[in-house]
Design a protein around this ligand. Sequence first.
Ligand code: LLP
Length: 391
Amino acid sequence: MNDVKRIARLQQMRTPFYLYDMELLARTLDEVSALSARYGIEVHYAVKANPEERILRSIAARGFGADCVSGNEVKCALGNGFPAGRIVFAGVGKTDEEIETAVRSGIFSINCESLPEMKVIDEIASGLGLRARVSARVNPDIDAHTHKYITTGLDENKFGISRYDFDALIKLIRESKSLDFNGLHIHVGSQITDVEQVFSLECERVNEIVSYFENQGIEIENIDLGGGLGIDYLEPDKHPVADFGTWFKTISSHLHVRPGVKVHVEPGRSLVAQCGTLCTRVLYVKPGREKTFLIVDAGMNDLIRPALYGAYHRIDNLSAALRDGSDGNMKKYDVVGPVCESSDTWGEGRELPESFRGDLMAIRSAGAYGQAMASRYNLRDFAKAYYTDNI
Ligand code: LLP
């Protein structure tokens, strides 16, 4: 992002907009492809992180599968090059219509989150005269050491089937009319940075669960360990590609994989976060009594993570790079958006080069759960997306 010509070009564009670095995306996918082949782990991209067509098509072209959480995501994945045989579908509240879409499409696995849902899938598949491949999403009761809104594997969370229900689940699988049992699914949370600690525990828990099922005569052919690999929001330039190596290595050294069993993962954030930047312009420099505000034209409707989770996104002043020697003159600012909520704040007390009306700012690491969670709150327009390979 320090290429002078590129910044000058971006400065002429209407803000706010998302900019995707397609070269970084390709580099990330290269690394994941190589590791996936080396460790024999199948990758299903979590579409919810960013369902933009260009992103989906780039990922599908690598032969990765898709992890979906709604009927529309399943349709979107199918429409953008993901084969049905590589699509998995999770979610605690699948509607009958969504289940029917999944069964008719013949996707790889419906990751079922409760016993009542399992019964409904069986009934719907029977009614259609089709068979449904289902996996059981199990709740391992593991702390992912992440923000409480994005931790999913604790007993108190709504996700997955509790170990107290395993016997009833096994009975249901045996008695079902139209279900083909595919295996186990587990996902403990997102933005996990204690990678070795959390994922080794997850694998050990899965080993116990697999043994429990096998002792009851139920074979586990697929183990899907979900997503969750964290990224470096503080220093995106230092770590543009997440630490997939440690993730895959931890899995392969802690998970007992019997011959013939396939292992799957569902990364979302780690594939796309660092390649996305939300570009915004300084509208006003507003000196307050206590602090100076930089009011920019991107708001919480464009990227809700700071307002919703108190998430940190690095902010760079791109225009300052074009001004000679401006880096020497650092100032402290509260960078805020235009939306009528105090939580519409990008960062407090941020050290930035002295900034002026019209400066182009980059809100970094915005490729995951940015555009995907955007809204039109305050009737603001959606920010457009541009791609570095065609601007
Ligand atoms: N698989 C399942 C079943 C999931 O629920 C999720 C994310 C993923 C995979 C992908 O996880 P990732 O690799 O992206 O961590 N909006 C929040 C994140 C919510 C994550 C929800 N589930 C955020 O902006 O931090």
